[in-house]
Design a protein around this ligand. Structure first.
Ligand SMILES: [Cu+2]
Length: 177
């Protein structure tokens, strides 16, 4: 149990620091970390805008149009498919619902709706399928009832979430193909 706590401690500290830094900057962590709405990574987005710029240099309007269409199609196919978004309320020592079965590419939006006056809570993937990083689903600890955390689940499998401060505050997510 002790080694377990030690292992988790850096994450808790990091989450705390992020909260402080974010609080000072006045930016919500969800907004800062969230994948873009287009489903493209930053480098893909850059490549897309570069390709579109090149299209604008085409002389004939017809060539311009064909070029733009081709670029949009290419990057549209690259974008991660967007699934459904599931809403979870984060309260004082609970997630509601705390058991979900969702499909790959669905997202969960955690909202700190019922936490006012309580201790800070977060979302932390205590166990997750292979290929998912230890901090891919790690939110900052927060007391802010306006705080949100949204993540897309692209890897199927079983996820077990806990609050870093309250290990009895748990949530299970099963992601199916
Ligand atoms: Cu908590």
């Amino acid at each position: 149990m002790k080694s377990l706590l030690n292992k988790r401690l850096p994450g808790i500290l990091a989450a705390g620091l992020v909260t402080l830094a974010v609080g000072a900057a006045g930016v919500s962590p969800a907004a800062a970390n969230d994948a873009s709405a287009s489903g493209l990574t930053a480098s893909q987005k850059k490549a897309k805008s570069k390709a579109l710029k090149a299209c604008k240099k085409k002389k004939s309007p017809k060539a311009k149009k064909a070029c733009t269409k081709k670029v949009n199609k290419k990057f549209g196919a690259m974008a991660k498919p967007k699934g459904k978004t599931w809403n979870v309320v984060l309260g004082d020592d609970y997630y509601k619902p705390n058991q979900l079965t969702i499909k790959a590419n669905d997202s969960i939006l955690w909202s700190w709706t019922e936490v006012a006056g309580s201790e800070p809570h977060n979302v932390s993937a205590f166990s997750r399928p292979a290929g998912v990083g230890p901090f891919d689903f790690e939110s900052a600890l927060s007391l802010d009832p306006k705080n949100t955390f949204k993540r897309q689940f692209t890897v199927a499998g079983d996820y077990h979430f806990v609050c870093s401060l309250h290990t009895l505050m748990t949530m299970d997510v099963k992601v199916t193909r």
